[in-house]
Design a protein around this ligand. Structure first.
Ligand SMILES: [Zn+2]
Length: 357
């Protein structure tokens, strides 16, 4: 079933919670961008696949784009790929392209000493690429299921339907997993078809390298998705004058209050400070990028009532005088060629929030 068959461009927040936490109110981070009935999926957070079916069908999914390989952004990847391949009567209508980070040449680390310490600590573990992950899902994790369905249900080779690609970072960026994880660079095109051009840029997610933000341009307008990132000048370039910037946000005091004192909390605090964007800073990112509207997602903490959403909004509005909203799951933001301000949301969680930018 496709709930939205109208022409145009729209952003559907399938999952708006950040972090590897199961929340009763927010699925993990995942966003569908729809253009003239085609669907482009950005990240596959836990539980988001259930919401996907409220907004789109398998036959109109054209591509999956992974910002990075943290688990809370890829938990449901196997669900999307195996389900889209095997649902009787409504499977993929054409091969699905999956784009995401490649394997870094070095273990991402703060410096050379840290790199050596991590290498010893990892017990031979390596980083994986997007093609590694997809191959593992199809050839190992779901190997039995796929073999049985091919034999029993006459299903065809899944690799013919699912094509994985590692995003190649332009050499000119001189990116490096230790020495230059967030180089100053320009957005570069990773995918295009007759409806959209999708560009990427490296953002700053500390030791999770490479990590990308994506921008989607169509004849109707433009959307930028920050991915997980600390305050990033590259993200501002990506979102230059964009119609809608969908940016991650954290309430640092809010999430830290959920952990007991101790070294784990101290480590998490460093990770959060240096990997994510506080609501104190995200308004400035939007203002400096020239984004025409701002929607916050990847809300951390994502358990009901744990993040101070009112403080987020009032703080962001001090730095950014255009429209700003905090997304909930199943919101829909419609992009229009008309340059009007964001309208009032009808209601959250109705599955029918319509906002015009
Ligand atoms: Zn992350």
């Amino acid at each position: 079933m496709t709930s939205d068959s109208l022409d145009g461009m729209s952003v559907h927040t399938l999952g708006t919670g950040g972090g590897p936490i199961v929340s009763s109110s927010r699925a993990g981070t995942s966003t569908a961008v729809r253009v003239d009935g085609a669907t482009y999926l950005f990240d596959c957070g836990m539980g988001s696949i259930r919401n996907y079916r409220r907004h789109a069908g398998w036959g109109d999914l054209r591509g999956v784009f992974l910002t990075h390989h943290h688990s809370d952004h890829i938990y449901d990847l196997g669900s999307y790929l195996s389900t889209g391949w095997q649902v009787p009567g409504e499977s993929f209508s054409a091969p699905i392209n999956v784009f995401g980070p490649g394997k870094p040449e070095r273990i991402p680390a703060l410096d050379g000493d840290h790199e050596r310490a991590l290498t010893a600590q990892l017990n031979g573990r390596s980083m994986s690429s997007t093609t590694d992950i997809v191959d593992s899902l199809l050839d190992k994790v779901f190997a039995s299921d796929i073999a049985i369905r091919m034999a029993d249900e006459k299903r065809t080779e899944p690799h013919e339907w699912i094509r994985a690609h590692n995003i190649e970072i332009p050499d000119a960026a001189a990116a490096d997993a230790v020495d230059n994880r967030h180089p100053e660079m320009e957005p570069f095109v990773v995918f295009s078809d007759e409806l959209v051009t999708i560009s990427a840029i490296l953002v700053d997610h500390r030791l999770c390298f490479p990590a990308f933000g994506f921008r989607i341009d169509s004849k109707y307008g433009s959307v930028a998705i920050s991915g997980d990132t600390a305050y990033s000048t590259n993200c501002m370039k990506l979102a230059h004058n964009v119609d809608l910037l969908l940016h991650e946000v954290i309430d640092l005091p809010g999430i830290l209050s959920t952990f007991p004192d101790g070294p784990t909390r101290d480590g998490i605090e460093v990770h959060l400070r240096e990997s994510h964007t506080s609501y104190m800073d995200v308004g400035q990112v939007a203002r400096l990028s020239g984004a025409k509207s701002l929607v916050l997602h990847h809300v951390v903490p994502n358990t009901p009532g744990a993040a101070d959403l009112a403080a987020m909004l009032s703080t962001v509005r001090k730095d950014y005088d255009r429209e700003v909203m905090i997304a909930e799951d199943n919101d829909v933001y419609r992009i229009s060629p008309r340059e009007t301000a964001i309208g009032e949301a009808v209601a959250h969680n109705s599955g029918a929030v319509e906002v015009t930018v």
